[in-house]
Design a binder for this molecule. Structure first.
Ligand SMILES: [Mn+2]
Length: 615
């Protein structure tokens, strides 16, 4: 051991052992490497090459090859309900009302929307009825005796309306119902509120906002709505009118959709869902229900008829008043059933739904308009010209008490309506505004003297939204409208030299009545006539009426020339002679004021009662 120790040191031994171990290790390692390379490395290389071929192929085939649809994965779980977007349609239960209608006495006054009938009236009752009529211009006596929750009977809408289903996804949006009122009768106002609560799905109605334009019904109403938690009352301290009141309501509303209602309405079965569903489908749609009349004397609700089709849409005349007209035939044919919306050039503006977001986008209302009037025509032109659409949804039915006159006063006089109309004409109607100004002298003067306030904000809105012009509106949205001459040969009042009075349409002449003579007032209106390139003398504010030769006298009759494919009739042609006589060329006779009547007589230039002049 000692000798060995002497010849081989432990360090040398360790080094030798280490070297030997390394050699064995390297040999072993090489062996392992060569064995495995043939399997896993080749695999890997092949796979890489396959991937490259696939990528190249995909690049070459890009846009040319349509792959097979994915096969269903056998192991996949059946699809679970997406809670945010459930499939299918709302069930009846899901659309249950905020407040169930309490059982109603079928023999009660006005039950099921029927006529209010009371046979025996005491003297006191007669007095009460008369006072109510003076105060509200409708039969308040009847309204006060009809249940605030009265039923409207069976759902009589067309079957497709009853069968209409509403998808759960995207869901129907929530809505705030905004009711503006001013000196409204308690019973009509509260019946409106209850009717909304009894017919609106609880899941969709966020709130009812009542806006009192000039506070009235103060503590009584506050106390009443406290029990109806979903109703809020807002107040304008002084009377500012409908427009500002609606803007106040909208600014407080928390629902996704704003639904405006008048304060004397009753909602029919299923009125709300079709309005909201249409806005889901088309977010820029401003939708109105089909407005049923509630008789102002009997409070009978004129219920829809299952077999009838929508036939009304909104129009306007060149005095800028809103009106109703029948839906043109071609538009009627495009509607396959009553669930289809009716496009309307203008809307009445009292009852409608609009998305809150779109209401803001499209410029709410012209807040410099005052009290009431013209705001619905303004909004109609604006919505269409700036890319939206105005529609009536016939499956949505809401009743409204139509009055023959308004019980409301205008704190600044009816001038404000004219001023509102001038504002809308200046902003939206381009050169067509002159057609209006010729018919309403007061408006024309206001425009000429710039007495309509600042419209720069509204013009900026028109610019920002890149709205189309009025020619576009007339051509594309309302091609059926008759557009009077932009530059008529002559217009104004026609004065008789002998009597110094003017040709006048008279009250309510819708055609078929003789013209009358009246003191010249130089305000346009009933004394406005326009001499056209077709030799007609047109009185064309609300209706297209022409000075017409009738056997007994000179009448106003509907003009025979109505547009494409029609022509002037000989009875409606007039020429002014050098001596200022209006001559009918066919008969060769002249217009004469005789025995207080306007007639056709043998022309006689010496007769001053045949002399006429524009004034
Ligand atoms: Mn109303």
């Amino acid at each position: 051991m000692r000798l060995f120790r002497r010849r081989v040191s432990p360090i040398k031994l360790a080094l030798l052992g280490g070297a030997l171990f390394l050699v064995v290790l390297v040999v072993l390692q090489r062996d392992v490497n060569t064995q495995q390379q043939e399997t896993w490395l080749r695999d890997l290389v092949e796979k890489r090459d396959q991937v490259l071929v696939m990528v190249k192929g995909a690049v070459n085939n890009l846009g040319f090859q349509i792959g097979a649809p994915l096969a269903p994965d056998a192991e996949q779980q059946p699809p679970t309900q997406d809670v945010r977007c459930p499939s299918g349609f709302y069930s009846r239960a899901e659309l249950g009302p905020v407040l169930e209608r309490p059982p109603q006495d079928p023999q009660g006054y006005g039950a099921d929307g029927k006529v209010f009938q009371k046979d025996q009236m005491s003297e006191a009752e007669e007095k009460e009825k008369a006072e109510g009529l003076t105060r509200h211009c409708f039969n308040q006596f009847a309204s006060d005796r009809i249940s605030l929750s009265r039923s409207l009977g069976e759902d009589t809408r067309p079957p497709e309306c009853l069968e209409q289903k509403f998808r759960r996804c995207p869901p129907l949006p929530t809505t705030s119902v905004i009711i503006v009122f001013h000196n409204e009768a308690w019973s009509t106002l509260l019946r409106t509120v209850y009717s909304v609560l009894h017919t609106s799905p609880a899941s969709l109605l966020t709130e009812i906002i009542m806006v009192d334009d000039a506070k009235h019904l103060h503590s009584k109403l506050d106390e009443f709505v406290r029990q109806l938690k979903i109703v809020r009352v807002l107040r304008q301290r002084e009377r500012k009118g409908l427009i500002t009141a609606r803007l106040l309501g909208a600014s407080e509303a928390r629902g996704e959709i704003l639904t405006f209602l008048d304060a004397h309405c009753e909602c029919f079965h299923g009125w709300l869902e079709p309005l909201l569903a249409r806005i889901v489908e088309e977010p820029t749609a401003v939708v109105s229900p089909d407005i049923a009349s509630i008789d102002m004397n009997t409070f009978r609700f004129n219920k829809p008829v299952a077999t009838s089709h929508a036939f009304n849409r909104g129009s306007f005349d060149w005095g800028l008043s809103f009106g109703w007209e029948t839906i043109p035939e071609d538009a009627k044919k495009k509607r396959l059933d009553e669930t289809y919306p009716v496009k309307t050039p203008t809307f009445a503006g009292g009852l409608f739904s609009i998305s809150q977001e779109y209401f803001q986008h499209i410029g709410t209302y012209d807040d410099k308009m005052e009290i009431w009037g013209g705001e619905n025509v303004e909004m109609s032109f604006r919505v269409w010209q700036c890319g939206g659409q105005l529609e009536i949804i016939p499956c949505s039915v809401v009743g409204h008490v139509f009055r023959s006159k308004s019980p409301h006063t205008f704190p600044k006089g009816t001038e404000v309506i004219t001023r509102n109309q001038v504002r809308l004409a200046e902003v939206w109607m381009d050169e067509y505004k002159h057609i209006f100004y010729r018919r309403n002298k007061n408006a024309g003067n206001m425009a000429a003297q710039h007495k309509f306030g600042d419209i720069s904000e509204r013009l900026r809105l028109r610019d920002t939204l890149q709205c189309k012009n009025f020619t576009w509106f007339l051509t594309n949205i309302y091609p059926e409208v008759f557009v009077p001459d932009l530059h008529p040969k002559q217009f104004g009042a026609i004065q008789n030299t002998g009597s110094h009075t003017c040709l006048d349409a008279g009250e309510n002449n819708k055609g078929g009545k003789p013209v009358i003579m009246y003191g010249c007032h130089n305000m346009g209106g009933n004394q406005f006539f326009e001499y056209t390139a077709y030799k007609e003398l047109r009185h064309n504010i609300a209706d297209e009426l022409c000075l017409n030769v009738n056997p007994d006298a000179i009448h106003l009759e509907p003009c025979q020339r109505k547009g494409k494919g029609t022509a002037v009739s000989p009875q409606q042609q007039w020429e002014m002679t050098e001596e200022k006589l209006w001559r009918n060329p066919t008969s060769g006779q002249c217009l004469e004021l005789k025995d207080n009547k306007v007639k056709l007589e043998q022309c006689n230039k010496e007769n001053v009662y045949q002399h006429w002049d524009w004034s």
